[in-house]
Design a protein around this ligand. Structure first.
Ligand code: UFG
Length: 351
């Protein structure tokens, strides 16, 4: 099939929009399915400014069986990247049923619609959160499931469901991609992350401090047993993650079966190291205050990346400095996210 069409659920979001860029670069035609609850349709115009192709948008919920059937009927879909879902750990504790509904029931509705349409290649956005408090890094994919919050458990449940499906029906080709900490932005500065409300995650928060929108970063604890006392994570460039999807898609379409694979760099960086890298990238001082540990945070973990290399022929290529430089370029050029008003005009509009 020339230029196969790929349905990308959550395709207007941070990782989904970058995945669209990587798909188009690799010769695929993404069709985006998104509610826009936590994303912005204007990201797709930015995809078009980068690639020359604007993916069509089907605005609907992944739990809506009839709308899914229409999307599969209208577009000749060859495979699905499933990124749609809720992802705030704290919110999943206060609203677990909401999380099981969107993440688990949504995945089930999608798989059923794929069956009806005869589409059986699926790449699922999972998370390193499935490993929970796994004590030893680098973490291999064979580590046991040990998710410690409802969000993580939704990812485990979907992975288990997909493994059972692949075992029951050899026509399916499935890959579960366990993201570590995707950050950065497309190198053009046209596409990046724009959280609605105060950011939960470290790098969007640092970016907003650098640009003067927030006063200081709160470092959540500096008394961990790590080299500088702050939490260590495996930060991975969002375009590397996007390219990982393309590699997984090729693998799942060619080989079938079910594969679970880490998408990380294999290296950890501490909170203070990320702040220093961002200061280098931006040339700005990042004010910080040390606060208490954030409940539920693990001290340190990073990926074993051998499996991704062996099975997908994929490895992360971009450095932490590049991740910060690209985040900064995006933040500086788009202080209001996808809202293209000039800062001065935006200020006048507020008055
Ligand atoms: N941190 C701060 N200050 C902040 C925000 C974060 O010090 O304002 C620290 C955290 O304590 C942690 C590190 O920065 O040590 C990274 O925190 P993030 O919130 O950016 O990311 P997490 O590692 O907590 O979680 C992310 C995703 C989860 C996913 C997990 C998988 O948000 O959805 O990675 O590895 F499950």
């Amino acid at each position: 099939m020339t230029n196969p069409k790929i349905l990308v659920t959550g395709g207007a979001g941070f990782i989904g929009s970058h995945a669209c860029v990587a798909l188009i670069a690799a010769g695929y035609r993404p069709v985006v399915l998104d509610t826009l609850v936590n994303s912005d349709a204007r990201s797709l115009r930015r995809v078009s400014r980068i690639t020359g192709v604007e993916p069509p948008l089907v605005r609907c919920d992944v739990r809506d069986a009839a709308a899914l059937d229409c999307a599969f009927a209208e577009h000749d879909i060859a495979a699905v990247l499933h990124l749609a879902g809720l992802k705030a750990v704290g919110h999943s504790v206060s609203d677990p049923i909401g999380y099981y509904d969107v993440n688990v029931a949504g995945s089930l509705a999608l798989v059923r619609a794929m069956e009806r349409a005869g589409v059986r290649t699926l790449i699922f956005s999972s998370s390193a959160t499935v490993y929970g408090d796994t004590p030893r890094s680098p973490i291999r994919e064979s580590a046991p499931y040990a998710a410690v919050n409802p969000y993580g458990r939704t990812k485990v449940m979907v992975e288990r469901m997909l493994a059972d499906l692949a075992r029951a029906d050899a026509r399916w080709g499935i890959a579960c991609l366990r993201f570590f900490n995707p950050i950065g932005a497309h190198e053009s500065g046209l596409l990046g992350e724009h959280p609605h409300g105060p950011p939960d995650n470290l790098v969007p928060y640092i970016s907003q401090v650098a640009v003067g929108e927030r006063a200081h970063v709160v470092v959540h604890g500096n008394d961990y047993e790590t080299p500088d006392g702050t939490g260590v994570r495996d930060y991975v460039h969002v375009m590397d993650v996007a390219e990982g999807h393309v590699a997984a898609l090729r693998h799942a379409a060619d080989r079938g079966g079910m594969l679970a694979v880490n998408l990380g760099t294999g290296c950890g960086a501490s909170v203070l190291e990320v702040i220093s890298a961002f200061e280098r990238a931006s040339g700005r001082h990042i004010a910080l205050r040390v606060g208490p540990r954030r409940p539920g945070d693990a001290p340190a973990y990073w990926a074993d990346v051998q499996h991704a290399r062996d099975r997908l022929g994929w490895c992360a290529r971009r450095s932490l400095d590049q991740m910060c430089a690209d985040s900064w370029r995006w933040q500086l050029a788009n202080p209001h996210g996808f809202d293209e008003r000039e800062p001065a005009l935006a200020a006048r509009a507020v008055i």
